[in-house]
Design a protein around this ligand. Structure first.
Ligand SMILES: Cc1cc2nc3c(=O)[nH]c(=O)nc-3n(C[C@H](O)[C@H](O)[C@H](O)COP(=O)(O)O)c2cc1C
Length: 260
């Protein structure tokens, strides 16, 4: 994994992170929506009309002073500034016991997972801001994903997701995001290629809740905006959507589809 540490406080930028790329100065936004329609362009799309999509933004930490909850709130504010709507929650809103097959058979899937499923399906897309525990996904988050994956239809399939992390460490929790991609993608979620990891989170936030370092704040906004563009393209133009089915040598049959 290529890791690039940018200035203070550091962002760990994975190989495909938009934050690590040189800016494309002349690149036109896509889908193209001029902010100021020029005279004579009667058919021009008004600015941001396509952005009124809804996002479920979850911090995977229930801790009162969680850095990830701060980052989740910041993501929600960027979404709303750009014309979307955002519902912020923490994983504490979706408490579930440890997964147990016998308990599932006798009692069914717990309410916390049902609430989480509803949030996934009620919104156009989701964002998760997750801590890193021992270089991986926090167990509570993986456990919630496991329970929620037991519903049919399987609710992660074809849902659109953006991942971010925050940590007081210098790695920013980035390894947890690579680990988190695995179950989400295995379940058919479309996880945005660009991720954002905030290092040294204890000194990264200003009093207004934004990132104190102006360049980092810009990079964060760019990451969220890029995601919103893609969500808009996929939700508004479903012809861009591609179904993915893992083929393991079985004959094509819905019963064998990995995402189900
Ligand atoms: C069990 C445990 C393991 C941790 N492992 C890591 C780790 O591997 N990498 C890291 O950057 N921080 C690690 N931390 C520190 C967390 O990043 C830190 O507690 C952070 O504040 C948690 O996120 P939150 O503020 O959103 O609750 C760990 C913390 C705990 C409790």
């Amino acid at each position: 994994m290529a890791v690039v540490v940018l200035g203070r406080p550091g962002v760990i930028a994975p190989a495909r992170a938009v934050t690590a790329r040189p800016r494309r100065a002349a690149a036109a936004p896509w889908p193209h929506r001029p902010d100021t329609p020029s005279e004579g362009t009667a058919m021009a799309t008004p600015p941001h009309t396509g952005r009124n999509l809804s996002y479920f933004v979850m911090s995977a930490s229930a801790r009162a002073d969680s850095w990830n909850t701060r980052l989740a709130r910041l993501a929600a504010s960027v979404i709303e500034e750009r014309g979307g709507t955002a519902e912020v929650a923490t994983i504490g809103d979706f408490d579930v016991p440890g997964y147990h097959g016998d308990h599932e058979a006798s009692d069914g899937i717990p309410d916390g997972a049902e609430r989480f499923r509803s949030r996934l399906l009620d919104h156009d897309a989701f964002v998760i801001s997750s801590p890193e525990y021992n270089a991986s996904v926090p167990g509570v988050l993986k456990n919630l994903i496991d329970w929620t994956s037991r519903f049919r239809p399987q609710p992660f399939n074809e849902r659109l997701g953006l991942l971010m992390s925050a940590s007081p460490s210098r790695t920013g929790g980035n390894r947890s995001l690579w680990a988190l991609r695995v179950p989400l993608e295995a379940l058919g979620a479309r996880v945005h290629p660009d991720m954002f990891s905030l290092a040294q989170s204890a000194t990264a936030f200003g009093e207004d809740g934004r990132l104190a370092h102006g360049t980092l704040q810009e990079q964060f906004e760019e990451n969220v905006r890029g995601y919103m563009d893609l969500v808009e393209a996929i939700v508004r133009y479903p012809c861009a959507k591609k179904a993915w089915v893992e083929y393991l040598g079985q004959r094509p049959d819905p019963a064998f589809r990995r995402a189900e």
